[in-house]
Design a protein around this ligand. Sequence first.
Ligand SMILES: C[S@@+](CC[C@H](N)C(=O)[O-])C[C@H]1O[C@@H](n2cnc3c(N)ncnc32)[C@H](O)[C@@H]1O
Length: 232
Amino acid sequence: MSAWGEDLAAWWLEEVEGDPAYRDEVLPLASEVAGVRRGETWLDLGCGEGRVMRAFAELDAVMLGCDMSPTLAAHAGPGTVVAHLPDLEWVRSGSIDGALAVLVLEHLEDHELLLEAAASAVRAGGRLAMVLNHPAFTAQGSAPVIDADDGEVLWRWGGYLEPGVTYEPAGGRTMAFFHRPVGDLLEAAARSGWALDRFVERALGTARAESDPLLAGQTEIPRLLGLGWERH
Ligand SMILES: C[S@@+](CC[C@H](N)C(=O)[O-])C[C@H]1O[C@@H](n2cnc3c(N)ncnc32)[C@H](O)[C@@H]1O
């Protein structure tokens, strides 16, 4: 099995517990590209155990969520639906102000279907925001490599230009991560009615880069990408 599944729920709960990357990197970026306004209703797509929803609720937004994992959806609390993306047919067309997907797109094989479904769920003038692992570093074959001579950590690019899938260890098994070049994602979003207005690249925070020798130097390259769109 390689897609996300209920079997990963316990692992994910442990993984995110107290993870400083969320506090320092992921949540600030999500908030920056989303541009939530007070009183708006947002739907968190693949909300996991609900940490992004909780952070956004502090902005006085009404947060709804959905996730394929019943365990994680239950942790996220009331207002959370068990649903399998990209299916958003259960959301009334144009009924929400914004949709958000944080570290979820990488797990979906077809980004076009999600972009189209979100465009149907969000009202005209509403927003879509995403945070993802930067596609510059998610291609097949992309990985840090240690120089045998001096120990310097270099980066092997892999096949960036081709959409593809890699399998990474997660929760005691391997999980599929789908790669697509940035242009594929942005053009599909434009075709689905989304006008890009935020494109924010972020490096790793110093604390995280220093926590693992393989992350050395990643304070200067873009490891997270935040995107924000307005619905035509
Ligand atoms: C890396 S976690 C991120 C969770 C949350 N967005 C956060 O940032 O804390 C990925 C989440 O996407 C969910 N997920 C993966 N594929 C999904 C799908 N096809 N439909 C719904 N949820 C999915 C998983 O259950 C998991 O909760």
